[in-house]
Design a protein around this ligand. Sequence first.
Ligand SMILES: Cc1cc2nc3c(=O)[nH]c(=O)nc-3n(C[C@H](O)[C@H](O)[C@H](O)COP(=O)(O)OP(=O)(O)OC[C@H]3O[C@@H](n4cnc5c(N)ncnc54)[C@H](O)[C@@H]3O)c2cc1C
Length: 370
Amino acid sequence: MEKIEITVVGAGVVGLAVALELSKDHKDIYIIEAEDSFGRSTSSRNSEVIHAGIYYPKDSLKARTCTEGRRLLYDFCAENQVAYRKTGKLIVAVNDAEAKDLAGLLRNGRDNGVDDLKLLSREQIKELEPNIQAKAAIFSPSTGIVDSHGLMKTLAVQFAANNGSLVYNTRLTGIDKVSDGYYVTVEDKSGEVFKFFTRIFINSTGLNADKISALAGLSKDEYKLKYCKGDYIRVHSSKAKLINRLIYPVPKRAGAGLGIHATLDLAGGLRLGPDDEYVQNINYDVDPAKAGIFYESIRDFLPFIDLTDLSPDMAGIRPKLQGPGEGFRDFIIKEESQNGFPGFINLIGIESPGLTGALSIAGIVGKLIK
Ligand SMILES: Cc1cc2nc3c(=O)[nH]c(=O)nc-3n(C[C@H](O)[C@H](O)[C@H](O)COP(=O)(O)OP(=O)(O)OC[C@H]3O[C@@H](n4cnc5c(N)ncnc54)[C@H](O)[C@@H]3O)c2cc1C
């Protein structure tokens, strides 16, 4: 039977970043991916925002990987000609109650080491963004956007240059623990089944991560993922140049999404969303009725957008550990020796800011393996 040193399952942005990091010190690394290319799942269905790290509880993995990952990501993009833009972002308050909430967010961001945040008055907001309506705002200059496809392509190319092997169209179907590693069973698109041995197994399968862990015999209640869909609505191109930065509302509830916001893309487009709706199945259709709902939630702070400017765009699904109405849950980034699975690394619940934090998550996995 073929023996492999390290197997990473899942070629999303996190699996690619982890594999590239490990390929700097280790030989004989495989990425196994069910789809016909990288990033066919959540990694290409997101806002492509490089988050600053304002919202997450201090010292959480989400906070740490976001602030560190953001710096690493800007450097990586600059060094490797991956397109990005440090757009900056405003979190806008439209009434007194929300203006009060900004103080808590500002404190939280600064506690997380986001040291460039500024509180803006109505007049200062008007200077930056004449077309939006707000009483007060937090300005985050280090928030930006990135070409996620370009990023993943560069990670994949560099991994291959380090002699890593990326195997597409191949689904993991079984994993059995043996004394010094794992027997891995995979099936290709034609139905042919292969079995090989790996010493280290990295589960980076996004929406499937709890099931893949359970497949190995490591099933835990706290690993159970819930699917939380985020729909996007496109704003007509004639309005896309009316803001210069990403515009977010003050988040309404802890643990859910960040509220319907306006994000720019590198092609010059403007989108609203994503919302947060728990779903049972993976279905990326966008309900056209969402246009009206989104319009109601943004009209106070984005008054230049009319309902007739809006049309359904795309959707993504978050692999969430917290269920509806539950409090904060952190990323699970764990070497599972304690649970009797040495050399088995679980990456579970890698929702936002997983794109921003990917290079930092990769560094953590590198240390776990050492
Ligand atoms: C609506 C939305 C908006 C977001 N916005 C942002 C944002 O602006 N900024 C940010 O930082 N983050 C954002 N995120 C989060 C970010 O997109 C994710 O954290 C990140 O893409 C996760 O990457 P991943 O590699 O872990 O997972 P994925 O991209 O899901 O990759 C997992 C891979 O595993 C493969 N796989 C699964 N099962 C198997 C199997 N059995 N065998 C082989 N392969 C398998 C899949 O095909 C897939 O390619 C957002 C997420 C959503 C849903």
